[in-house]
Design a protein around this ligand. Structure first.
Ligand SMILES: Nc1ncnc2c1ncn2[C@@H]1O[C@H](COP(=O)(O)OP(=O)(O)O)[C@@H](O)[C@H]1O
Ligand SMILES: [Mg+2]
Length: 366
């Protein structure tokens, strides 16, 4: 994947931006709050149709404006001769619109067109942070590689909201409750299968990379954690049956607490080093190596799936990694286009890199 150009209008702090990138390393340098992450956010939005900062689309539009436009020009791989164009229109009053080569598309066909992997300081908190952060990590990645998942997940959340709303009513209509429960199980099972299969695939690569870059000899394992099974097996019917069974068991609890107590909205991603849960004992250094291995696995996984590396976005992360981890990172990413942001306090030079300076959302090429 080679991102050639991005154009933004009225996106975040940019009334207008037009940037062309090198196919190797690009460095965007600037003090805090000048607009570096805003560029990274715009690029990554094309891969996940969400802001990685988990804000609504409205907040992405320049204050005082009603709409924003984002456009990228890219090549799928080094053998491509034609560039593709993707465009997104965000509006405060109308529905989001998506275009690929000027043809209007829905979410599912748009997703999977442009791949990028983002690594930012918030990721370093993934292991010890809230469960929700790990679910969002999984969801963003699965959306990018399995476009159908976006709709399924959205549908699941809307059923969950409806079911929770019903549970809060004075009188819970049993017929409607049953309808919602059926849909919850149907879509919840799909969400679990998509996520768990992704973890199964990612875990092999993560294990291998961890053993290559870690100083210790421990072995890394990832596990999709759900109340519905101990070990994941791709058996749709078994998961559904167990889902119904658990819901039946917690029914009185649900009516008492007025909320849905079982489902993928409570699941988690767990990390183990030699069978020990990393959340409890891992040092800062081990956590950083695990996250680095995880990010590199995403990169390699997407390459295996699509035949080309995604664009790697390193937002303010290099200063968080020591020299050794930086070297491990660079050893893996030589063949991949990289867009790096740094604050100018840091000295960081890559021979042949294209460098930009950002000051108050004005970008100049160095
Ligand atoms: N919707 C918006 N409209 C106008 N300005 C915004 C909007 N969203 C964020 N900003 C501004 O963008 C700046 C932060 O940009 P960011 O890219 O996060 O900075 P950094 O260079 O530290 O990564 C802040 O000054 C903030 O006020
Ligand atoms: Mg930033």
């Amino acid at each position: 994947m080679y991102l050639q150009n991005i154009k933004l209008s009225n996106f975040r702090s940019y009334s207008y931006l037009d940037l062309s990138f090198s196919d190797k390393t690009n460095i965007i340098c600037g003090k805090n709050a000048q607009g570096k992450t805003n560029i990274i956010e715009a690029i990554h939005y094309f891969s996940t149709l969400k802001s990685h900062r988990f804000v609504s689309d409205k907040e992405l539009i320049l204050s005082g404006c009603d709409a924003a436009q984002l456009q990228i020009l890219f090549q799928k791989d080094e053998n491509s001769t034609r560039s593709r164009k993707m465009k997104i229109s965000l509006s405060k009053t109308a529905k989001r619109e998506l275009y690929q080569n000027d043809i209007k598309e829905d979410n599912a066909s748009f997703l999977g067109g442009f791949h990028s992997v983002l690594f930012s300081p918030e990721d370093l908190n993934l292991i010890k942070g809230e469960k929700e952060q790990r679910r969002k990590f999984l969801d963003a990645d699965v959306c990018q590689i399995r476009p159908r998942y976006y709709k399924i997940l959205k549908y699941y959340h809307s059923i969950l909201r409806s079911r929770n709303k019903l549970l809060k009513e004075e009188h819970v209509d049993p017929a409607l409750f049953e309808v919602y429960t059926d849909k919850l199980v149907e879509f919840g099972t799909e969400v679990i299968i998509y996520r768990a299969l992704f973890v199964e695939r990612l875990k092999e690569t993560a294990k291998k990379i961890y053993s290559e870059i870690a100083t210790g000899k421990e072995s890394l394992t990832l596990r999709y954690e759900s109340e519905l099974f101990d070990e994941f097996v791709e058996d749709r019917q078994a998961i559904r049956d167990c889902f119904y069974q658990k819901l039946e068991q917690v029914k009185s609890e649900e009516l008492l607490f007025r909320t849905t107590r079982v489902g993928p909205h409570r699941d988690d991603l767990e990390f183990f080093l030699d069978d020990k849960n990393v959340k409890i004992f891992a040092s800062q250094g081990q956590q950083r190596t695990i996250i680095l291995a995880l990010k590199l696995s995403e990169l390699i996984f997407i390459r295996e799936l699509t035949g080309s590396y995604p664009v790697l976005l390193l937002d303010d992360i290099l200063s968080e990694l020591d020299r050794e981890r930086q070297e491990s990172l660079f050893a893996y990413i030589q063949n991949c286009q990289t867009i790096i942001t740094i604050t100018d306090a840091q000295k960081f030079e890559v021979p042949g890199a294209k460098t930009f300076l950002v000051e108050q959302s004005v970008v100049t090429e160095q």
